[in-house]
Design a protein around this ligand. Structure first.
Ligand SMILES: C[S@@+](CC[C@H](N)C(=O)[O-])C[C@H]1O[C@@H](n2cnc3c(N)ncnc32)[C@H](O)[C@@H]1O
Length: 159
């Protein structure tokens, strides 16, 4: 992984988090949650893999909560007004129920990080019913491979 490119991507995501209540969905080992927590009011990380969750627990700050489970099961249990959701799913993308929950809760901003154009386009098409695309950027995080990371920032229409 090119750390310089990765930092550039994470910096862009964190810029949106200032004083916000943030959900970091598919949060892995919690590194991005931790960076978000430096700027955000509060960060919820949701990750299904127990070992990754345990690592996130080791690096958590007082304004971070790590939730172990599937995003499709756990997002609905967060009862705070979420301002920003960061989605960084595996290649399969997000379950339809996750996208419905984002739309129904009127989460102000969505920051979608994807390694798979096909599921990214599928999921964005659903969100576009209620969200406008603000920016699209591509990051060559794994040089000399075919893999590219795409960052799409969306904002709830009319907000
Ligand atoms: C592309 S990785 C993102 C990792 C993390 N954002 C990072 O920067 O290290 C996707 C993560 O989603 C997790 N995951 C996959 N399906 C999930 C689900 N349904 N709910 C929660 N986490 C899931 C995987 O275990 C993996 O850690």
């Amino acid at each position: 992984m090119n750390n310089f490119v990765a930092k550039n991507l994470y910096d862009k995501v964190c810029l949106l988090a200032k004083d916000k209540i943030v959900v970091n969905a598919y949060s892995g080992q919690g590194e991005l949650s931790r960076l978000l927590a430096e700027k955000a009011k509060f960060v919820y990380g949701i990750e299904v893999q127990t070992s990754a969750h345990m690592h996130a627990e080791q690096i958590k700050t007082s304004n971070m909560q790590n939730i172990c489970g599937k995003v499709e099961d756990k997002l609905g249990e967060i009862d705070k007004n979420v301002d920003l959701i960061v989605l960084d799913p595996a290649r399969a993308g997000c379950k339809a129920s996750v996208l419905d929950e984002i739309i129904n809760r009127k989460i102000h901003k969505v920051c979608y990080v994807s390694c798979n154009f096909s599921t990214l386009l599928r999921d964005i098409a659903v969100l576009q019913k209620n969200y406008d695309i603000k920016s699209v950027e591509i990051f060559d995080m794994f040089p000399m491979t075919a893999g590219l990371e795409t960052l799409v920032i969306m904002q709830q229409r009319g907000s």
